[in-house]
Design a protein around this ligand. Sequence first.
Ligand SMILES: [Zn+2]
Length: 376
Amino acid sequence: MASSKSKNILERLDAGELIIGDGSYIFTLERRGYVKCGHMTPEASVEYPEAVEALAVEYARAGADITQTFTFYSRDIGTPEDVNLTCREINQASCDIAKKVAKKYDTIVAGGIVYTAVFKQTRNKKDVQDELREGLEVLIENDVDLIIVEYFRNIIEMEWALELALSYGKPVAATMCIGPKGDQDGVSAAECGVRMAKAGAKIVGVNCLFDPFITLETVKIMKDGLKAAGLNPYLMCQPLGYRTPDGGSYGWIELPEYPYAVEPRTVTRFEVAKFAREAYDLGVRVIGGCCGMESVHIRAIAEELAEEHGRLPEASRKSDLDLSVLGRKANLGRREYLGKGTKDFWWNLVPATGRPLSASLHRQENPQTVSKSVLN
Ligand SMILES: [Zn+2]
């Protein structure tokens, strides 16, 4: 076994390391038949632990430094009726899996908490923190290495969550699911970044809801705001694996294709490599993925940034890293492979959808990144 790395993400970032996050769990496991859509609850950790473990292993092999616990994501309507498991039983099984994989692959175990249902109802700090405490306790009992306070749409709730998460003395990262226009109440992305940092988060950024390039736009706004405020936390982003230039204020959730027909919007490995390079150049030092970011995408991040990351992932053994395999096919006179052995070909390719009737954008009522007039 290779020498054990520090499990403290802040120490590693302070040492100049790039940290690669893992990818999509709930959305990927739904597509694989282990999660019921709408519920989006993680009972698979008890029912099909081998499926959850296999996915965590995929990300570790793809180069992820972090293994996230597959703990509760949405409690809006609870688990499906045929599931008789408590939240605690499920979350404990999820922690067991993450710890097992982390031990084998020397990754950082991260546990996440997300926005509460109660915030919408009462906007009461105690109610919110009580609900979040329940989710945090199992993570603390399991001694996770990192708490990710993620998928918050409102900076006020994020501040309450951060106050609680930081009280346990563990490293905390904070990411909001917002676009360039800011949070649910219209608080700018710049101010959200500043307030997360002022609330004590040493790592701030954006996750889910929007595509990689839009996410970078949002992170850039945050970065400029932080700079103007004289703050310098580490930046993090974990975007969707789907293109959403026409996303609404609730990002991809407002697209008609969500959740059952988003596949044509899937990002390619080359788009993700471009995103990873741009993210690194922007100064983002924790780069991973959210819904739809599969192991192929995490591997693309790790390969594009192999030099900065100091290693190639285990799964690169099966990559055509310099495209020489395709190049050899072209050199054999295979016309259909002409040009495919070059990086330029793939980086400049605009993939077709194969659907003659498909439009490039949905006529969104409240587009966040394109002018509404474009969609008329
Ligand atoms: Zn997500």
